[in-house]
Design a protein around this ligand. Structure first.
Ligand SMILES: *Cc1c(COP(=O)(O)O)cnc(C)c1O
Length: 379
């Protein structure tokens, strides 16, 4: 059996989790949480706060944007529910924009026509760590005075024109769910690119109090200052995550290599027109988060998934467009025509991808996919 994903394990995790237990300080912002926070702040060169998930980070971003009842938020329909949830929970209406078929990201050329007088923010999602066209998107948002939230859940270490994804808009949100490149089981982070917002973000994260400043010794007692919640991750997860951050470059390089290997070993499919791969525009440095192929249509995809399953390989499809889901219909509308969202999402299938995927397992996956399309093998 070759699973789709196995959470990363570098070897140091048990030692670090044990250390966290022994420290007798296991609540939020403990030693490992602060180590991870510092690692991100140094790497991303901007303040980063760890959260219990990317979903929570997105919620914080929606609060920081000041989203209120009746505001509109523009986003792709081809994304995870969390991108939408954070804004819907604050009363926003969703305006879905079509994707580009080459990257599966929001089509930047269609955003401007979706802007209305109610539009408050744009939530972009960089699919598989391949960046949206952020320069063009930021140009639109500057002209219209809109916030940009980057759902960078899949993007740790991925870049756009040399800059890390999550640092290009107002707020970036990372995920450390077990399916992501770096994991702590459940976890995330918010990247704060507006320096003035850091204090407010810390207060929202600490139940509306200024306890973060108190812990740093900047004030001698803490006070309830604003409405907030508890967006602190637990210390055991942070200890697990830190082991991977120490090997961040290695994990990323390994995943990029796996993606390149798929691309190479399956190249015949593309040449023959049996399938298409993710396009990586020249301005992107991806992080090998995922590798997918797009078959001719849904029917071929369904047969391919079943064929691989019979061989013991788990290859899942991905998002069912939000605008076709009950909540999407209730909270949003599609701006313009759905030319690609439904069509492209129905032919996409992801292949096994994880840190530690062995060469022989990956070869077997490639052989099976090629065999399905009648390339090589024994068919
Ligand atoms: C994984 C993912 C999320 C949710 O992350 P959690 O940490 O599980 O909350 C949100 N958006 C996208 C695009 C994701 O891939």
């Amino acid at each position: 059996m070759i699973p789709f994903n196995i959470p990363p394990l570098t070897g140091k995790e048990p030692e670090y989790v044990q250390k966290a237990i022994a420290s007798r300080k296991i609540c939020g912002d403990g030693e490992f949480c602060l180590k991870c926070t510092k690692w991100f702040a140094d790497t991303y060169e901007t303040p980063v706060l760890l959260t219990p998930s990317c979903t929570h980070a997105l919620e914080m971003a929606a609060i920081l944007c000041g989203i209120k009842e009746g505001d509109e938020v523009i986003l792709p329909s081809y994304t995870f529910a969390s991108t939408a949830d954070a804004f819907v929970m604050r009363g926003a209406r969703l305006v879905f924009v079509d994707i580009r078929p080459d990257t599966m990201n929001i089509d930047e050329t269609l955003i401007e026509e979706a802007v209305t007088s109610e539009t408050k923010a744009i939530a972009v999602m960089h699919y598989g760590g391949v960046a949206c066209e952020m320069e063009k998107i930021n140009d639109i948002t500057h002209r219209h005075g809109l916030y940009v939230v980057e759902d960078s859940a899949q993007c740790a270490m991925a870049r756009y024109k040399g800059r890390l994804l999550g640092t290009l808009g107002d707020y970036g949100c990372l995920s450390f769910h077990e399916t992501k490149n770096f994991s702590m089981g459940e976890g995330g982070a918010i990247i704060i690119n507006r320096a003035d917002d850091l204090e407010r973000a810390e207060i929202i994260r600490e139940k509306g109090t200024d306890r973060s400043r108190f812990y740093r010794g900047q004030i001698d007692k803490y006070t309830w200052r604003d409405a907030g919640s508890s967006y602190l991750p637990n210390e055991f997860g942070c200890a697990y995550l830190y082991a991977q951050l120490e090997l961040a470059e290695k994990i990323t390089a390994e995943r990029v290599r796996l993606a390149d290997t798929y691309r190479e070993r399956l190249s015949e499919l593309e040449k023959r027109g049996d399938a298409e791969f993710q396009r990586i525009p020249g301005y992107c440095e991806p992080n090998g988060h995922l590798f997918y192929i797009k078959t001719e249509n849904l029917e071929v995809r369904t047969r391919l998934i079943a064929f691989l399953r019979d061989k013991g390989i788990i290859a899942p499809f991905h998002y069912v467009p939000l605008h076709s889901a009950p909540a999407g219909q209730k909270y949003g509308r599609f701006s313009g025509e759905d030319r690609y969202t439904t069509r492209e999402s129905s032919r996409l299938v992801r292949l096994p991808m994880y840190y530690g995927l062995t060469e022989s397992d990956q070869s077997f996956v490639c052989e099976c996919v090629n065999e399905f399309f009648g390339i090589g093998g024994t068919k």
